[in-house]
Write a protein that binds this ligand. Structure first.
Ligand code: SF4
Length: 477
């Protein structure tokens, strides 16, 4: 019998995208569109919560934004304020209960929350809360935030939220919705992005500026690391509840996660990717005929590499954009089916050529090897793999789904061993210094680069690391 199998795409994955809007007659519809623009940040569940000032309502489900929401479902969400969430989930937790936003009712009234990031002290906080009588319904770190909030006796909303958030360690970009207010918060390190925009009288807070562009909203500024914004009928107020920390914005947002048309951490992402490619061409030149991207992950860097090296950019691999994360595999064995269903080589472009193949990273090396083989079987004479980031040697604890350290090929193999494993004629990575230069942070004091450098800006204790491996960001993809 044919069976459904999971696509092995062997990459790091961002886990969530957020969109919130206050004071707009079409809050649910615009949130739906905003989430649609953020679909690349999570494809497995989508949800929207709205408030009309009296009632707070939630609709969510598994699937793409377009699958979860139709006219009828959006009409069931009246109100002029909303928050929404798209989520990437891992193998073990593709269930509707984990879809966000979470909506609860407590002594302060209803409140909904959605979260992009990962807490590194969630297990410890959860143990403390359970010892005090809390009952948890999921293994999600976001639920910890709601328990802390519900227990706060502070009177004002911003004080209750601040008191809860100051107990958290790790990465959090958060949106809360109550009957009357939209609240946005970003951790003091600024791991995950969050920006503010306006559309007429409406205020918007979202993960990336591409969500603003789709609805003709204007980009205003970032929610600053360590900032809490309260948006209500009286306007927008800014608070700084956290002690200051050195910035540690995720450099991988620029390397791969964010959409190239977005402005993230104050800089256009495509601009960064072109610069990464140019720097890579300077650091790791190749005697070759053409530059070919692994689409879409290597696109921007391949353009930059081509520009700097003078080698022509060619579409040697074509991507099928309509593949989900699972598909029905035929009974008849097809070699490397998981990669083939996503990518197809163009023999007339590749035949007889010395190819520089550009990608953003090598995680386990399995997919890279299949792609190198595919390019060679299509007739390429030589395949020179170039990677627009340094070797990924460690997992992420700050909201990115990654394999555990021992599964990362660069954690246990040097560059020559990886080259042999992926069967390339040569292999070159961007240096750590080159990465920082390309993202316009030569001193390295704005970005987290922990998965390349091993320097983790927020320490993770051993028991927490164990919990994270079980429930958090290192599940087998
Ligand atoms: Fe980003 Fe890597 Fe830091 Fe995680 S460890 S926040 S993926 S740079």
């Amino acid at each position: 019998m044919s069976q459904k199998v999971r696509v092995d795409d062997d990459r790091f994955h961002d886990r969530c995208g957020l969109f919130g809007i206050f004071r707009h007659g079409e809050a649910a519809n615009l949130t739906y569109l905003g989430l649609y623009a953020l679909q690349h940040r999570g494809q497995e569940s989508a949800g929207i919560v709205t408030s009309d000032g009296e009632k707070v309502r939630c609709e969510k489900g598994m699937g793409l934004v377009n699958d979860v929401f139709d006219d009828k479902r959006l009409q069931a969400l009246p109100g002029d304020r909303a928050i929404g969430h798209v989520r990437y989930s891992t193998a073990g937790d593709t269930v509707a209960e984990n879809a966000q936003p979470y909506l609860i009712d407590c002594h302060r009234g209803p409140i909904a929350v959605c979260h992009n990031g990962n807490l590194v002290n969630a297990a410890t906080l959860k143990q403390q809360l359970e010892a005090a009588g809390a009952i948890f319904q999921s293994n999600s770190d976001t639920e910890v935030i709601l328990h802390l909030y519900a227990r706060s006796h502070k009177e004002r909303l911003e004080d209750a939220i601040s008191a809860s958030l100051t107990k958290l360690m790790g990465a959090f970009s958060l949106l809360f919705l109550t009957r009357d207010s939209l609240v946005a918060a970003r951790d003091p390190w600024g791991f995950r992005p969050l920006v503010v925009g306006t559309l007429g009288d409406a205020t918007i807070v979202t993960s990336e500026t591409c969500a603003l562009d789709l609805i003709d909203a204007e980009y205003v500024r970032e929610v600053e690391p360590g900032e809490l914004l309260v948006i209500d009928a009286s306007g927008m107020r800014s608070f700084r509840p956290f002690p200051p920390e050195p910035k540690a914005q995720c450099v991988f947002e620029h390397v791969y996660f964010a959409r190239p048309d977005s402005v993230v951490f104050g800089r256009n992402v495509l601009e960064s990717r072109l610069a990464l490619g140019r720097q890579l061409a300077r650091e790791a030149p190749a005697a070759a005929d053409i530059v070919v991207p692994v689409p879409d992950s290597g696109m921007g860097a391949a353009l930059g590499y081509s520009e700097e090296s003078g080698l022509p950019f060619q579409w040697g691999l074509i991507r099928n954009h309509y593949v989900g994360r699972t598909f029905i595999e035929p009974k008849q064995k097809v070699r490397s089916f998981g990669v083939k269903v996503k990518l197809n080589p163009v023999p007339s472009v590749l035949a007889g050529k010395r190819v520089v193949l550009i990608d953003d990273s090598i995680v386990r090396g399995t997919t890279s090897r299949k792609i190198v083989r595919m390019v060679r079987e299509a007739g390429a004479r030589e395949v020179h793999m170039r990677i627009s980031s340094p070797p990924t040697t460690g997992p992420c604890y700050y909201g990115i789904d990654t394999p555990s350290k021992h599964e990362l090929i660069a954690a246990t193999h040097d560059v020559e061993e990886i080259r042999q494993h992926i069967e390339a004629d040569s292999l070159g990575y961007l240096s750590h210094e080159g990465l920082l230069k390309a993202v316009a942070d030569p001193s390295g004091n704005r970005f987290c680069t922990a998965c390349f450098s091993g320097r983790y800006p927020v320490a993770v204790s051993q028991p927490e690391e164990w919990q994270l491996q079980l429930f958090g960001s290192h599940k087998q993809l």
